[in-house]
Design a protein around this ligand. Structure first.
Ligand SMILES: [Zn+2]
Length: 99
């Protein structure tokens, strides 16, 4: 799957556990690659992809100076925003995306 984040195209690939270094996801902003661990269930894959997308956005806008702080914030925002979108799908699509 190809996605665009900002002006940059990213290839999203599902890869095995060992390729992902036992992480749920991994992003290479220099190569435009996002790897998602194929062993995850669909909900966790979606959450992990969203998490990696937020890392790319944070990188594009140089939001964080500290990796630990970035990971903490991204984890919080990814989980919170995904839960909000899932809990409010109709509102999110009609009143935010399609408006
Ligand atoms: Zn992360």
């Amino acid at each position: 799957m190809k996605i665009k984040i900002g002006d940059i195209g990213f290839e999203v690939k599902e890869v095995d556990d060992s390729y992902c270094g036992n992480n749920m996801g991994k992003t290479n902003t220099k190569c435009g690659l996002i790897h998602i661990n194929e062993s995850l269930n669909d909900d966790i894959k979606a959450n992990t992809l969203f998490h990696e997308i937020l890392h790319v956005i944070a990188c594009n806008y140089a939001i964080f100076k500290d990796e630990y702080e970035e990971e903490r914030a991204i984890e919080c925002f990814a989980n919170g925003i995904m839960a909000f979108i899932k809990d409010n799908k109709e509102f999110f699509i009609k009143d935010i995306v399609e408006k």
